[in-house]
Write a protein that binds this ligand. Structure first.
Ligand code: PPS
Length: 287
């Protein structure tokens, strides 16, 4: 039997960080004092972060797409990657990406939090390709989906356990300063979700999307097809033999990766972890 391979991480306090991820920025990011005009885009990894970053960026730039030659992570930065000072120095209103659980995310009752959840099946597959593709961060180029699945099931991946993350935010799903979205709903009806984001951000943004050219531009430039182009806007380069960062963008891609036994195990875990919570209504659970 083939020996299983695990991704490598930097262990920092109780966290697994991608190798090369600056631990001091992580610590500093966690101390950031959230401000009234801050909006956080919060996700577990691979659940629709970049897509949402681009939507809010376009909403705040009159429907212009993010330009080629720049990287969105300098303008909608990842809090725990860049640290507190970098975020503090952005002009207001700030849009900030984070993968932190609720209790670690800087809180201000006047800040806004857009949470995007994705079903754990597609998330696991997307996270597998991410971990395999960023060789310098994980040294997992030879890893298989079966290898990664075990790490995902055990929460032994960067940013920890999928279910802990989801449940920490589901508890706050109906808070007045939280907009809780799903990747699947965004795929199914991007326009309704873009409008929901604009309404959540405030009247200035609603006015913008009342202009048909602006909403059409946002829909077009945040589509999977458009975001697949010029991907250096979203992430660092990956080796040519690895899948691109904007990879498939599908709901249900997991079906071509999971065995029957893996499906049953994750379904069972999902059922167990979300029982009695508002996450029960988010997705249909496979048998
Ligand atoms: S990260 O690394 O955590 O910031 O990744 P994240 O952006 O959260 O997730 C990447 C997955 O989102 C898909 N994606 C999209 N799907 C549909 N439409 C658009 N516009 C879009 N942009 C990104 C991306 O392809 C990754 O999913 P997979 O399943 O791997 O394709």
């Amino acid at each position: 039997m083939k020996e299983s391979i695990k991704p490598s991480y930097t262990l920092h306090k109780n966290f697994r960080l991608p190798m090369g991820f600056p631990a001091e920025k992580w610590d500093s990011g966690l101390t950031y004092k959230a401000q009234a005009r801050d909006t956080f885009i919060v996700t577990y990894p691979k659940c629709g972060t970049t897509w949402t970053q681009h939507i809010v960026w376009m909403l705040s730039h009159n429907g212009d797409p993010f330009p080629v030659g720049k990287n969105i992570n300098l303008e909608v930065p990842h809090l725990e990657e860049v640290g507190s000072n970098f975020v503090k120095n952005l002009s207001e209103p700030r849009f900030i990406k984070t993968h932190l659980i609720y209790d670690l995310t800087p809180y201000n009752p006047d800040s806004k939090y857009i949470y995007v959840a994705r079903n754990p099946f597609d998330c696991a597959v997307s996270f597998y390709y991410h971990t395999k593709g960023f060789i310098k961060h994980y040294d997992f180029a030879e890893g298989t989906f079966d290898d990664f699945f075990e790490c995902f099931m055990n929460g032994e991946v960067d940013w920890g356990d999928y279910f802990d993350h989801l449940l920490s935010w589901v508890e706050h799903k109906n808070d007045q300063n939280v907009l809780f979205l799903t990747y699947e709903s965004m795929k199914n009806n991007p326009k309704i979700n873009i409008i929901a984001i604009a309404k959540f951000l405030g009247d200035n943004y609603v006015e913008k999307i009342e202009n048909p050219q602006i909403i059409e531009s946002i829909l077009d430039h945040t589509s999977f097809t458009s975001m697949s182009k010029n991907q250096s806007r979203w992430s660092s380069q990956r080796p040519a033999n690895m899948t691109p960062f904007i990879r498939q963008g599908k709901v249900g891609d997991w079906k071509s990766h999971f065995s029957v036994a893996q499906t049953q195990r994750l379904s069972q875990k999902l059922r167990m972890r979300i029982a009695g919570t508002e996450a029960e209504n988010l997705w249909q659970i496979p048998e």
